[in-house]
Design a protein around this ligand. Structure first.
Ligand code: FAD
Length: 447
């Protein structure tokens, strides 16, 4: 495919950040995103240095008839932050985070990562619930949900959003909040990048807790028993204790993030240590910043295909299904299965308060394909699809977590993730602010 060369001189003259075309040095580096399966060549990558740059790019895109993709932290596994035939607004230069200690709020740029935000918050004794990796982008994670180790007490990331500065498709800059365009504010909290370019997020913060936790690993002889133990402990866990489970390289890893010293959390920790053979024990006193890096780095350059499904319970049968499927991956595969709880405060926010589609207690089961060699594409993608179908077969009504969804997620799964009423409400907002579907590189609300 030949990438067309677009004359960007009009845009470059008023744009403070660099505007890149395939002829420019830095273009190939700028188009790399997390998932190496995605190799796209947009005609224009505009690296915004100010909100006015975003306005200029959108006006240029409108006049050139180009759709627009947005790149925040670049971690969309579906590859939505890069496109082949449009203009990419790259927000990485807008990565500021300024903390207001008195008001307990932080304003984060539309291209900030969690590391950019967590560090200045934590050094001031404050925190907000992010995801579980400090390298992912604040933007995509917040607009799609935000499952992390503080969800039991503090809810989802999007529950902490106070306002968002958004540039709409026609170049209008608005601040959406509960008091100003509440429908747009509702839609932004779960509806993803469908509505405009967020140049700044304002979040509320909480006092930084004392944290203990870490990871414990069980050997491949005890995956089934380990997952049952995990399920039993999660179902009995206090809000202060959030545990996630994943299979990686043959081991069952259980991550623990616990606030304070609730005796029930301590008993759960004892149970993790007492009941099964342990391959590695890294539990103890820790800090929020350490919790955010305990799963290591997931570098760019690996191929990924992920699918997720919410489920009300982890029955013994479903656990057997998950373990059997994990054992059925191709020899030497580094692919994994991740199980996250949805619990505590994340389940107490009324379902219609935000666009996010799931508030019932339960689990998010994700089958995650990771591999390096393109020759593995068919086998790994097929393994993920089969595994996700096995989980979905037990939850025919439910949707999945769109932040983990695959590039080819069918439209009916996008609708199912929101449910009929929410999808209709999102559609109304989309038709008002982006009737031409300029922002179509996402799990799309089709106007
Ligand atoms: P990008 O690829 O930059 O963007 C993703 C989507 O958001 C695109 O549709 C894009 O158009 C839109 N977007 C980006 N920036 C903006 C903006 N400024 N304004 C409007 N729209 C924008 N999720 C969790 O909930 N918890 C986790 O613990 C977690 N861990 C993860 C770990 C890894 C290694 C990865 C790859 C993903 C993880 N995720 C997690 C999923 C994560 O929430 C999504 O991948 C999310 O899309 C990442 O956001 P981003 O800004 O990095 O992505």
């Amino acid at each position: 495919m030949v990438t067309p060369i677009v004359d960007v001189s009009g845009l470059s003259s008023e744009h403070q950040g660099p505007v890149l075309t395939p002829l420019d040095a830095g273009y190939d580096t700028a188009r790399i995103s997390f998932n190496a399966l995605i190799d796209r060549h947009p005609p224009v990558i505009a690296r915004a240095a100010t909100p006015q740059d975003v306005v200029a790019s959108l006006q240029f895109a409108q006049s050139a008839g180009l759709p627009v993709a947005m790149r925040g932290g670049g971690h969309s596994v579906a590859g939505h932050s890069m496109c082949d035939d449009g203009l990419v607004i790259d927000l990485r230069l807008l990565n500021h985070a300024s903390v207001d200690v008195e008001r307990r709020q932080v304003i984060a740029g539309g291209g900030a990562t969690w590391r950019d935000v967590d560090t200045p918050c934590v050094t001031r004794g404050l925190v907000m619930p992010g995801g579980t990796f400090d390298t992912t982008g604040v933007a995509g994670l917040t607009l799609g949900g935000g499952l992390g180790h503080l969800m039991g007490v503090h809810g989802l990331t999007l529950d902490h959003l106070v306002s968002a500065d958004v540039v709409l498709a026609d170049g209008t800059l608005v601040t959406a909040s509960a008091g100003n365009d509440p429908e747009l504010f509702w839609a932004l909290r779960g509806g993803g990048g469908n509505f405009g370019v967020v140049t700044a997020f304002e979040f509320s913060l909480d006092p930084l807790p004392v944290v203990f936790g870490g990871e414990i690993h069980y050997p491949d002889t005890h995956l089934r028993q380990g997952l049952r133990l995990y399920r039993d402990l999660v179902e009995d866990a206090p809000d202060e204790l959030t545990m996630m489970a994943y299979f990686r390289e043959g081991f069952l890893h259980i991550t623990v993030g616990a606030r304070g010293g609730n005796p029930r959390s301590l008993r759960a920790l004892d149970a993790l240590r007492a009941n099964l053979p342990i391959a590695r024990d890294r539990l103890g006193m820790t800090s929020y910043l350490q919790i955010q890096v305990m799963q290591g780095d997931t570098p760019f350059g690996i191929r990924h295909y992920w699918k997720s499904q919410f489920t009300d319970e982890l029955s013994d049968d479903l656990i057997d299904e998950i373990v059997d499927h994990y054992h059925a991956r191709t020899a030497g595969s580094i692919s994994s299965v991740l199980i996250e709880p949805v619990h505590g405060q994340a389940t107490r926010v009324p379902l219609d308060a935000t666009a996010f589609g799931r508030r019932a207690p339960g689990f998010n089961v994700s089958v995650l394909g990771h591999w390096r060699d393109p020759a593995g594409d068919d086998a790994e993608i097929s393994w993920v699809r089969t595994g996700a179908a096995r989980v979905a077969a037990r939850n025919p009504e439910g949707g999945g977590y769109l932040n983990y969804a695959a590039p080819d997620e069918p439209q009916e799964r996008v609708r199912a993730a929101f449910g009929v009423e929410k999808y209709a409400r999102l559609l109304e907002v989309k038709r008002r602010v982006d009737p031409e579907n300029i922002f179509r590189f996402n799990h799309n609300i089709r106007p």
